[in-house]
Design a protein around this ligand. Sequence first.
Ligand code: BGC
Length: 759
Amino acid sequence: MSATTAEKARSLVAQMTQAEKCSLLSGASFWSTKAIPRLNLPSVMMCDGPHGLRKQEEGADHAGINDSIIATAFPTAPGIASSFDLKLAEEVGSLLGEECQAENVALILGPGANIKRSPLCGRNFEYYSEDPLLSGEMAAAHIRGVQSKGVGACLKHFAVNNQETRRMTVDAQVDERTLREIYLASFEHAVKGGRPWSVMGSYNKVNGVHSCENGWLLTDVLRKEWGFDGFAVTDWGACAVHPAGVAAGMDLAMPANGAWLDRELREAVETGRIPESAVDECAARMVDFVTKAVERRDASIQYDRAVHHHQARRIARETAVLLKNEDNVLPLHGDGVAFIGAFAEKPRYQGAGSSHINPSEVTSALDAVRSVDKVTYAQGYHAESDETCRTLLDEAVEVAKAAKTVVLFVGLPDRYESEGFDRTHLSLPANQDELIRSVAAVNPRTVVVLHNGAPIEMPWIGDVKAVLEMYLGGEAAGGAAVDLLYGAANPCGKLAETFPLKLEDTPCYYSFPGEHDIVRYSEGLFVGYRYYDTVRKDVLFPFGHGLSYTTFEYGEIQLDELDTGESPRINVSIDITNTGSVAGKEVVQLYVAPAVNADIGVVRPAHELKAFGKVALEPGETKTVRFELDSRAFAYWDTRSHGWAAPFNAYAIEVGASSRDIRRKVLTNVGGRKPLPPVSTEMTIRDAREIPGSEAVLQPIAQAFARMAPSDGGENIMEVFLRDMPLRAVRALMGDYAPEGMVEHMLSGLDALKSAAEE
Ligand code: BGC
């Protein structure tokens, strides 16, 4: 809320009765807010996203069961993230915003900024990445796009909702640093960069407290630290104790809950269990939202379905990732191509659950290829079954034998990945794996096109020449696949997540999805490539990987160190040249790698993505890609000072084509002071020594020890024992050797030195 709108909203709330105020904090129906006609406050509608508008006119549900109006199904989040193209993500948002205005929808539920902790999460097709910067920046761009059309976006699911198993009851137990650097960071980037009208609280608990009743998350972090000024809404049915939610800063419990919920809230205020001011604040935020929605309503915005379908195809082309292309088998040149696989005829282009869209038109690859080439076709497998159908397989093998090149369309069916449950393995259905093997055995030029929402294992990877990852590419995915296969478009996506060789390699293999109602994030910071690259584990395809029909050369890194001190600012630039014969786009990634031997006392991943850019180049063309790094690029979350810290250290700035394909690297020394440890009797001598000037204050300890255990002149073993001893143990161990009050005296001395150093 801006200061003026906040004032307006508060003055309206001041005119409301207690009952009216309370009524605003829960839904009127499955999808709408309550109206207060007496004060001319209307009801407005919220609908699902995130990759299309799911507006239900009747038969409301949050599981994608009942029908919704016709709308465009755009490519899903994994593909959007693979584009590494913020303008594209923003464009998708603005197209969604147009459809919302055309349908009089005030707020679209999405994007999802949850981190892909495990490839098994059933809802990964709604999330962007395993990396918080990429995920958060993509979400921010999506939000900006939606909101540019005067429609609100709702960032979800806040927070730490990384699995579907027991999603409504599970307690995600995450340490403070991991929360800040990984799981919250994605939301932080999205909130700061996108300024969403709304944030949705998740079903799960975070460290023992329901997200929707978590004052620390909703008020301290989201509003006070990150400056969120919109309204918070529960996930549908996530409200456990309504008054507790309101007291924590949760503004709206959805969906409609009946009169009892409002009554419960009124009673809580009347009996003083929660302050009236909490209700007033939530009500003001709801008024502000509704007022904004009414003001920005633009009935003149209509859209043309055919145009949006065309945009969906163009966008899908930007989201595909060419994973393998041996002997440049792609692009196809026509002549003797066979398409095999049920997904060629009926692609899987979206996920199941609340994001399920009802498109007017779906283009299959078989439809699209008609205008380009004359291909033969065999179905190969039944998509709805795992069992091999001998007749279909034999027919496919015969078609494959007769073809010069085979394109196999395979992937995950709906029953494999959906909102509501997680996968338990990373395999394709057995009949599809068998088809791939059988076809590749008779045709050496076999290309695989994948329609899936998350990584799969590819036991046949060595048998096929090429793999094109289309993800769940929206209603025009089949057309986009044909454009890419035949070279009308050049693949330019890169993976926003690692494809492991096998499930057992994933960092949270032992702890996903947890035991009973507890999931411990025991792998800590080491999520995705942060794990694989730190422990140097082989992967199937690394984070950031993606091929093109052209090649790119990386020039030297230029560093412009504007400031290397307390608040570093470094400009990085690098020339990229298209050295091939067709136009293409390269995603350039910048990772920061703290020097291995850094003595800062904290564990850090081998390297982390800190910036990215995408550049379009004609053959022979060179362009400069520029990045700006600030202190956050070098920072870790310091659990002693509970803040970001970027202490002076040597860092490698790496620029590359994937996390495993670093093309250029330079070293730089940047950073400021290391945060000082808290002064207390729990503090060790080693920590106390970090405080500048502490030697003199600590001197009496050494003297007391010398009296207690006189040195024989050899190596002072006492020194080693002393280092990790807390001050309270010094007192306990030394007895009469330590003068009375010695430790207390030290504490006040250290306190003074620390304050002086921090000034
Ligand atoms: C999902 C949300 C969705 C809501 C409304 C919930 O089950 O988790 O993402 O926005 O339903 O359909």
